[in-house]
Design a protein. Structure first.
Length: 349
C-alpha cells in the first residue's frame, strides 16, 4: 500500500487513449512538477474498440515502467465516443434552459435520450433574425460506450475520479500555458491534429465557444507520402516523422522537398476547413478577433505550424503543456501530451 503522504503530493493520472497508443501524464498536487509521462503503442492488431484485454495490459505496463503514484485517474471521451452538436436555443436560464437543450438534443443524437449521458456548455448569446438565442455546445455519449470505458478502467485496476471530454482537456492545457491577465480575455484557435482526425476548439480563456472535428489527420499525410514516393504507409510514416523531428541542419533537403510536395494538398485541405471554422466564429461571435492559434497533437511540428499560419494569416504557435512545470527528463514533441496533460490538470475532489 502506498504511503498517504505520496498520494497527497500527486495529482490524478491523465489517461489519453488514442487509436494507436495510450498516453499518461501525472503532475504533483501543486501542478509545478511533472511526476511521470509516457506513451505506449498497442500491438499492430490491437485497438481500444476490439481488444480491451490487450489495452488493459498496455496501461498496466505503462504504470509499472514509469514512477506514477497511485491509481487515481481522469479518463477521456474523444471523437469516437462523443456525439457533438452546436445548437441554438431560446435564451433562458436554469431548468428552462435544460429543457430547451434536452428537447433540441433529442432529435439530433442517434440513440434514445434515455440511453444517453448529455452535457452542454453555454457558448454565448447570438442574434438570429430579430431574436437573441443562446449558442450551446452539446456533448452526448451512449451509456454503453461510457460503461465500456469504466469497465476498461476496472480491468486495469484504475480508480476513475472523473470522465472528461477531449475539448475540455485541450482548453485546460491551453490555460496552463497562457496565464497572463490579457490571455484570459483573448480568443484563441486550438488545433489538435491526431492520427485520424483533427479537433478544433475556439476558446476565450477557459470559456469554450466552438468545437468541431475534421476528418483529416496524420494517417492522411502518411497515405499522401506513400502514394507520392510509392512506398508502404508504415514506411512513409517513419520517413515523415524522422524528417520532421530532425533539426533543420540535419534534414535531407531532397527528402523534405518530396514530403512537402506530397503533403501540400492535404495541409491545404486542412487549412481550408480551419478557415471555415474561423469564418463561423467571426460571423457568430462578432467583435473580438482571434489573438492566436496553437497547434498540438502528435502531428504538431514547426513546418505544419508555419504552413497553417500562412493559410489562415495568423501566427501559429506549438503547444507546450509542460511550459510552466519542472521536467525530470525530455518528453519529445510537447504537443503530443496536450490532452493527457489537460486531463491530469483537472480539479477533482
Amino acid at each position: 500500500m502506498l504511503p498517504l503522504f505520496n498520494l497527497r503530493r500527486a495529482g490524478p493520472i491523465g489517461v489519453d487513449l488514442g487509436s494507436r497508443s495510450v498516453k499518461m501524464v501525472q503532475f504533483s498536487a501543486d501542478r509545478k512538477q511533472l511526476i511521470a509521462a509516457g506513451r505506449w503503442e498497442f500491438p499492430a492488431s490491437t485497438s481500444p474498440e476490439n481488444n480491451s484485454e490487450q489495452v488493459a495490459k498496455t496501461i498496466e505496463r505503462g504504470l509499472t515502467e514509469r514512477k506514477f503514484i497511485g491509481r487515481n485517474v481522469v479518463l477521456c471521451l474523444g471523437d469516437k465516443e462523443l456525439v457533438l452538436q452546436n445548437i441554438r436555443v431560446p435564451k433562458s436560464e436554469g431548468a428552462e434552459l435544460d429543457r430547451h437543450v434536452a428537447q433540441e438534443a433529442a432529435g439530433r443524437v442517434p440513440f434514445g435520450v434515455e440511453e444517453a449521458e448529455i452535457r452542454y456548455v453555454e457558448a454565448a448569446d447570438v442574434r438570429q433574425g430579430d431574436a437573441i438565442m443562446r449558442e450551446v455546445i452539446v456533448f452526448a455519449c451512449h451509456r454503453p460506450v461510457l460503461q465500456k470505458s469504466l469497465d476498461l478502467a476496472a480491468q486495469s485496476q484504475l480508480n476513475p475520479l472523473a470522465v472528461d471530454v477531449e475539448p475540455a482537456a485541450l482548453i485546460r492545457s491551453y490555460v496552463a500555458q497562457f496565464r497572463r491577465q490579457d490571455d484570459v480575455h483573448e480568443r484563441a484557435l486550438l488545433i489538435h491534429v491526431g492520427h485520424q482526425r483533427t479537433a478544433v476548439v475556439i476558446t476565450r480563456g477557459d470559456e469554450m465557444l466552438f468545437v468541431k472535428y475534421i476528418d483529416i489527420g496524420g494517417s492522411h499525410l502518411d497515405i499522401a507520402v506513400a502514394r507520392h514516393l510509392k512506398m508502404e504507409a508504415k514506411e512513409a510514416a517513419a520517413l515523415r516523422r524522422q524528417s520532421g523531428d530532425r533539426r533543420n541542419d540535419l534534414q535531407d533537403p531532397e527528402v523534405m522537398r518530396s514530403v512537402n510536395d506530397a503533403t501540400r494538398s492535404v495541409i491545404e485541405r486542412l487549412g481550408g476547413e480551419l478557415s471555415m471554422c474561423v469564418r463561423y466564429h467571426s460571423v457568430t461571435f462578432r467583435g473580438q478577433p482571434l489573438a492566436r492559434m496553437v497547434l498540438g497533437g502528435g502531428e504538431a511540428t514547426q513546418p505544419l505550424a508555419d504552413a497553417l499560419g500562412r493559410i489562415l494569416n495568423l501566427k501559429c504557435e506549438l503547444s507546450d503543456p509542460f511550459r510552466t512545470v519542472t521536467l525530470p527528463r525530455d518528453v519529445g514533441r510537447r504537443g503530443l501530451w496536450d490532452v493527457a496533460a489537460g486531463l491530469a490538470l483537472r480539479e477533482v475532489k
